[in-house]
Design a protein around this ligand. Structure first.
Ligand code: 2U9
Length: 357
């Protein structure tokens, strides 16, 4: 009996996993297990023999049972420990940084412009970026020999020999959108046309693609006084200053007569631009009264109607408003925009590293 006890206790303590332990249990206490068979033998014994062997056998059964349970518990503990070690997770690790996007400054300024002019009753008009030379030039009273029509200045679409369609260009201003709006809606009309335009220009302050917003107001008795008020209101709202002063300088554009370039009063103190007060002037846009030829091209009778128009370079006024020093800032992602304004995440080195990727 002692040999049996020793054998099973040895096997139990050396069982390396639950399957091995179960095999020991079956060998000892299963239906045909050695201890079970011995228990069965008790029935054939004499009462005296049974009295001495019975308690010993029962004791052995209980002892083996308890040893099996203890070993099972310790194997389960070890398995749990191993799992915990393998599946360990440091919940205090910082999260994986995700690169973040933001509204581009140009889009933001376009949204601001649209909101300001909407408040003044201007609708937004859009049109194609590839235009016929009639919509881009002729309708705007730009003469056939005008330098801006030269291939040096304007991107012409390729035409195969024998293609008799009229020449098409990448629009050089958003004015053709307004010619189309005049043709579609007639007078009176109040529209702005924001969008991309293209000119063959590339230096420190020019890019071949840039953005404009042009405005047009036509009614029976629209005057330059209304143009002035509209532009002053616009500047107050856009530059977020209470007082603005505009200076109209006589100029020339083929599509307006009279024409004026408009400067805004400002100061440059310590390299910092301040709009609204000071002794300096900054050119911000061009404007004028719509030329009768242009009204006629839009299907509007110049003897019945008149109107003002203006054009603003969006990239330029975005740079002025937000102090962006260099055109390249627009092309090197939006991150500079966030840095300029302060963005809490950029103060956390881990996040900032992710953002700059
Ligand atoms: C129609 C009639 C007239 C729009 C105008 C300007 C003056 C102007 C420049 C500003 C900076 C172009 O982007 S820029 O280089 N624009 O000076 N634009 S009047 O005149 C129009 C437009 C549409 C039907």
């Amino acid at each position: 009996m002692d040999a049996l006890r020793g054998k099973f206790l040895d096997q139990i303590s050396s069982a390396a996993d639950p399957d091995a332990l179960e095999a020991v249990r079956l060998a000892a206490l299963g239906k045909k297990g050695e201890i079970s068979l011995k228990m069965r033998d008790l029935g054939q014994m004499s009462p005296e023999e049974r009295q001495s062997a019975g308690p010993v056998l029962n004791g052995l059964k209980s002892e083996i049972d308890a040893a099996l349970k203890a070993r099972r518990a310790s194997l389960e503990d070890a398995a749990l420990d191993a799992r915990l070690k393998a599946e360990w997770l440091d919940v205090t690790l910082p999260g994986r940084p995700r690169p973040m996007g933001t509204i581009h400054p140009i889009s933001q300024v376009m949204d601001e412009l649209t909101a300001i002019f909407s408040d003044m009753g201007f609708a937004v008009a859009e049109g194609p970026q590839i235009e016929s030379d009639w919509y881009n030039f002729d309708a705007l009273n730009i003469a056939p020999e005008h330098p801006s029509r030269q291939e040096m200045d304007t991107f012409y679409m390729h035409r195969a020999p024998g293609d008799n369609r009229p020449p098409h260009v990448l629009r050089t201003h958003t004015s053709p959108v307004q010619i189309r709006a005049m043709q579609d809606q007639g007078a009176p009309i109040r529209v702005i046309a924001p969008g991309r335009v293209y000119r063959m220009d590339m230096d420190q302050t020019h890019t071949p693609m840039f953005h404009q917003v042009e405005g047009l107001a036509i009614d029976r008795d629209i005057s330059m006084a209304q143009l002035k008020w509209t532009l002053e209101e616009f500047c107050r709202a856009f530059f977020e200053v209470d007082e603005v002063e505009l200076r109209f300088r006589a100029s020339h554009f083929p599509f307006t007569e009279p024409s004026a370039e408009v400067d805004i009063r400002c100061s440059w103190e310590g390299g910092q631009l301040k709009i609204g007060e000071g002794k300096d002037w900054l050119e911000i846009l061009g404007s004028g009264m719509v030329h009768p030829h242009v009204l006629r091209a839009g299907g509007i009778d110049p003897d019945q109607w008149q109107g003002f128009a203006f054009g603003v370079g969006i990239d330029r006024i975005a740079m002025l408003k937000y102090g962006i020093p260099d055109l390249r800032a627009f092309f090197e992602s939006d991150l500079r925009w966030l840095r300029h304004y302060g963005f809490a995440a950029l103060d956390q080195p881990a996040l900032a590293a992710g953002l700059s990727r």
